[in-house]
Design a protein. Sequence first.
Length: 120
Amino acid sequence: MGQSYRELVAWQKAMNFVMEVYRITKTFPRDEVYGLASQLRRSAVAIPTNIAEGQARFSANDFFFFLGRGRGALVEVETQLMITQNLGYFSSEQGQQLLDRAAELGKILNGLIASIRPAA
């Protein structure tokens, strides 16, 4: 675990995903600023934050734990995206693009989790 968290593809993709979530939530109705938009942003930010915090820890077990938290935040975002899409806050095409990015990020996170999974 000698590399910086900034070198991890999972962290880089998660950071890009946060930017996309921020861009899309700017278009939400004004009354959602403190509702779903805020929740989506918090959940999205938690993904790269947990990857970085876990990588900075001194054990694979800690890294594994924080990657699990990041994965949990990702499924929160996916669920919230589906809700906002159902509410018509963005086009189905925009929603599908974000969900596709989330799925890609999930695969990358799952691979990273599998690579450092502690021995049982």
